[in-house]
Ligand binder design. Structure first.
Ligand code: NAD
Length: 260
């Protein structure tokens, strides 16, 4: 399905990014992994994907806070595999606090990792895509690209920003066989979500079980967390020729959350 394509997936050592990287590998693409974590664990993931799916899997340790490292990640995919045909901007962090108590360095880091890193990676990847006359950019946004929740000012601002960046770049490359879309998941039970449960409980003065039931799944009409596999399948679909007319879209995969 994606045989012969090479994909960079940022933040793919965990959660949604890892699920998308695995879906690409299963579809036959070579994958450049990226993300933080224990070197031995990451090597296990890399070698495991390579063996299971008989594709090439590389790893870039680029820190999404550092523009020169982001550019080196994209160029590294081009030099290792021959091209970077698919770019998934997925790396992201979260911090939950009322805005008047929101740490300035957390604001700066969230805007840098969740929004500005996508600017740098797209900027680095587009010349190669234009030269080949084919490309796919997928930005992992959030339901918070479409609606807000209290205490998540930086995250909601960054994710609304990603939706705007997606539309703008889609228009710029619309005639060059390059599509640019965002996927907007509802709650997925990944390490990022697990980590914000205690802070949300504290900010709202409720228990952690109540955060899951009454805060996270309260707005998700299916009353189920979104599965990582659902997001991987959509990312693979967006990379196929049958999705060539889908561009500039922010596609909710949120169990009905933003339908309300
Ligand atoms: P996660 O914490 O499981 O994974 C985040 C990934 O980003 C990890 O691989 C981590 O190493 C990487 N990362 C973090 N900081 C980095 C940095 N400075 N440089 C390089 N890599 C870095 O989180 P997740 O839930 O899988 O989230 C992935 C994306 O999906 C994020 O953009 C998040 O906002 C978005 N999202 C998640 C949910 C959810 O419910 N989990 C919902 C909507 C959107």
């Amino acid at each position: 399905m994606l045989t012969g394509k090479n994909a960079v997936v940022t933040g793919s050592t965990s959660g949604i990014g890892l699920g998308i990287a695995e879906a690409f590998a299963a579809a036959g693409a070579n994958v450049m992994l990226n993300g933080l974590g224990d070197a031995a664990e990451i090597e296990k993931i890399r070698a495991g994907l390579e063996e299971k799916y008989a594709v090439k899997v590389a790893y870039s340790p680029a820190n999404m806070l550092k523009p020169d490292e982001i550019e080196a990640m994209v160029k590294g995919c081009e030099s290792t595999f021959g091209s970077a045909d698919i770019l998934v901007n997925n790396a992201g962090i979260q911090h939950v606090a009322p805005i008047d108590e929101f740490p300035i360095e957390k604001w700066d880091a969230i805007i840098a990792i969740n929004l500005t890193s996508a600017f740098h990676s797209i900027r680095a990847a587009l010349p190669g895509m234009k030269e080949k006359g084919w490309g796919r950019v997928i930005n992992i946004a959030s339901a918070h690209a479409l609606v807000a929740s209290p205490y998540k000012s930086a995250y909601v601002a960054a994710k609304h920003g990603i939706a705007g960046l997606t539309k703008t770049v889609a228009l710029e490359v619309a005639q060059q066989n390059i599509t640019v879309n965002a996927i907007a998941p509802g709650y997925v039970l990944t390490p990022l979500v697990e980590a914000q449960i205690p802070d949300t409980a504290k900010a709202r003065g409720i228990s952690e079980e109540e955060v899951k039931r009454d805060v996270m799944l309260a707005g998700q009409p299916t009353k189920k967390f979104v599965e990582v596999e659902n997001l991987g399948a959509l990312a693979v679909f967006l990379c196929q020729e049958s999705a060539a007319s889908i561009t500039g879209a922010t596609l909710p995969v949120d169990g009905g959350w933003t339908a309300q």
